[in-house]
Each structure stands twice: as structure tokens, then as C-alpha cells.
Design a protein around this ligand. Structure first.
Ligand code: ACO
Length: 311
């Protein structure tokens, strides 16, 4: 009966074992996973836009090939995550509709514009760096399909992070103008990258329950701290300044102290008022509408194959 199923679910969670699609799970667990995985999938797909903005203007064939491969990887990540989400009983069509109707969120970071080619490097270094920090622990999340999808995604994100860092080191070895472009880009992306980890733990509505269910393995503030500690030495090696006067090593804590992100800006972006929110969603909606004939043709073709098999 229901109570026995629930006890078995709780035992699985307590043992850090995995919940699989056919297992019984509480509705709230299922819904929270759909919320998080869908948001994550939407982020990968919307996240293609800021970087795709530069594909036609890449400074060399080599940079163009790298950027194309990277943006395609993001599409792949979106697809693995939509597939993971579908195992919870919701279709990709439905999820896409929720995104373009503004009923589901995606990461705040992708609502900022990309103003120079240095932004391609900075996104790889800081944005994908933050993504890795947040996602490596998700390989151990309690829901099997989500954790397994994260393994390959994290490997690819590591490559993305390195290509960004390599792009920036190349620019830093270049002219004064190139170095200035890198610094200007880092100045714009540093705080939005810190905001990717979500609100502070006191403001985070979902963390406590998600940790109890083993969906999340660390709190938002823990991961933000880990990212800062990892990134400061990389900034020093690169020769850029992080735009935070309060950033200082704290010997006692064995970690960096740092300033507070502008949470008003964060919530404005999350609620739809960031610099590019309207443009990002409109672009996604247009692609969805214009791709309708492809989906219809594929469905008709699949149906015709089925009938011929029956015959
Ligand atoms: N951008 C947009 N919305 C956010 C962000 C953000 N950076 N951070 C938090 N939120 C939203 C949450 O979704 C939540 O809203 P909801 O209840 O309507 O879903 C609300 O703000 C409060 O936040 P939390 O209670 O802290 O939410 P949660 O526990 O889900 O933690 C986090 C947020 C850390 C982003 C978590 O969902 C997570 O780890 N997700 C998987 C990783 C991911 O989505 N990465 C996408 C960007 S990386 C990339 O794609 C390259």
C-alpha cells in the first residue's frame, strides 16, 4: 500500500541509492524534479543564443569551428535533459510550451548580452565554470536519469571551460586593446555568474527540501563559495581583476570573503526584466513556430513507417 511505498522511497533516499522512473515517488518530489530539470534544459537551449550571436563574426576559422562545436554541445545537453524530464511523465512539447509562454524559468545568466568576442571566452571561463561547480555534485543526485545525464554534460562543460580560458589567455598575450576587452567582459560577467547559483540560502525556497530528497547535494551559498575559491587563482594567472573590492582571502576560514551580489537585479532578471529576456524568449518562440512543419513531417513519416511495418 501507499505507506509501504513511501517507506521504501524514504529508505532509498536515506541509503543514497537512486530513484528510477518506474519507482513510486511522492508527487512533490516528481514536481520539484520536473521544475529543476526543465529549467536546466531550457537554460541549455536558451544559452545557445548569446554565443551563437558571434558565430558569423568569429575572428578565425579555428575560433568559428570551436564555437560551433560548443553551441551544438549545448543543444545536446538540452536534449539529454528533456529526455530525463520526459521519464517523469511530461513531454518535451509541453515543456517547450511552458518555456515560451513564460510559465517556466531558465538561468538568469542568459539574459545578458554578448558585446564582444571576449564574451565567448568569459562565458566559457566563468559561466561554464560556474555551471561545472553546480553540476558536478548533481551527478550524485537521487534521480537516476538526471544524474546519468549530468555525467556526460559535465565532461563537455569542462572542455567548454578550458576553451574559454584558452581564448582569454590568447587575448591577454595580445595587444593592450585585447586585454582591455577581456577586462571589460569580466567586469560585466562576474556578478551575473555569481548569481547563477541562485539566491542566498536564507532566500532559497527549495533548498531545504531538495537537500532532504538528495536532489541537491549542496546549498547555493556553498557552491558560490566553492566557485569563488576556484576562480580567484585563475583570474590571477590570467592577469585580470575581479570587480569586487571586498574580495579578500580569509585565513581563518581558509576561503575568500566576497561582496554581496545585487539581489534586486537578480530578481528583476528572474522575473523577466533583464536586458535580453524578451529577445531570448521571442527568438525561441519564433524557432518553435517556424519548426512546426519539421515536427509535422517527422510525425507523418514515423506514422507512415509504422503502417508499412504492419502491412
Ligand atoms: N536563474 C533563474 N532562476 C533562478 C536562478 C537563476 N540563476 N536561481 C534560482 N532561481 C529560481 C529558482 O528556480 C526558484 O524558482 P522556482 O521555485 O519557481 O523554480 C527561485 O529562484 C528560488 O531559488 P531556489 O529555491 O534556490 O531554487 P533551487 O533550489 O532550484 O536552486 C539552482 C536553484 C541552484 C539553479 C538549482 O535549480 C540547480 O542546481 N539547477 C540545475 C542547474 C541549472 O539549472 N543550471 C542552468 C545554468 S548552467 C548552464 O546551463 C550552462
Amino acid at each position: 500500500d501507499e505507506r509501504e511505498l513511501e517507506a521504501s522511497f524514504e529508505r532509498t533516499i536515506a541509503h543514497n541509492d537512486r530513484i528510477e522512473p518506474r519507482d513510486w515517488m511522492p508527487d512533490a518530489y516528481r514536481n520539484s524534479l520536473i521544475r529543476q530539470i526543465a529549467q536546466h534544459a531550457h537554460s541549455e537551449i536558451i544559452g545557445m543564443q548569446p554565443e551563437a550571436n558571434w558565430i558569423t563574426r568569429a575572428p578565425s576559422l579555428r575560433r568559428k569551428a570551436i564555437l560551433l562545436a560548443k553551441v551544438q554541445d549545448e543543444a545536446g545537453h538540452g536534449l539529454y535533459l528533456y529526455s530525463a524530464c520526459e521519464t517523469l511523465g511530461v513531454s518535451r512539447d509541453d515543456l517547450t510550451r511552458r518555456l515560451i509562454e513564460g510559465r517556466q524559468k531558465y538561468s538568469s545568466i542568459f539574459n545578458y548580452p554578448t558585446l564582444s568576442y571576449a564574451d565567448v571566452g568569459t562565458i566559457g571561463w566563468l559561466v561554464d565554470g560556474a555551471a561545472i561547480c553546480n553540476q558536478v555534485p548533481l551527478c550524485r543526485t537521487s534521480y537516476g536519469p538526471y544524474g546519468r545525464a549530468m555525467i556526460r554534460i559535465c565532461k563537455e562543460e569542462s572542455f567548454h571551460q578550458r576553451q574559454g580560458y584558452e581564448l582569454l589567455t590568447t587575448m591577454m598575450r595580445g595587444t593592450d586593446e585585447q586585454r582591455a576587452l577581456v577586462q571589460e567582459s569580466v567586469d560585466r560577467f562576474w556578478w551575473p555568474a555569481l548569481m547563477m547559483f541562485g539566491p542566498s540560502d536564507e532566500q532559497s525556497a527549495n533548498t531545504e527540501q531538495s537537500m532532504a530528497w538528495g536532489i541537491k547535494r549542496h546549498t547555493n551559498d556553498e557552491l558560490r563559495q566553492r566557485f569563488v575559491d576556484m576562480t580567484v587563482p585563475q583570474a590571477q594567472a590570467l592577469g585580470v581583476t575581479l570587480p569586487d573590492p571586498d574580495l579578500v582571502w580569509n585565513e581563518e576560514r581558509g576561503a575568500y570573503d566576497f561582496g554581496t551580489p545585487d539581489w534586486d537585479e537578480f530578481w528583476a532578471v528572474v522575473k523577466g526584466d533583464g536586458p535580453c529576456n524578451a529577445q531570448r524568449v521571442a527568438h525561441r518562440r519564433r524557432a518553435w513556430d517556424e519548426g512546426a512543419w519539421v515536427r509535422e513531417a517527422a510525425t507523418a513519416f514515423a506514422a507512415s513507417q509504422q503502417t508499412s511495418e504492419v502491412r
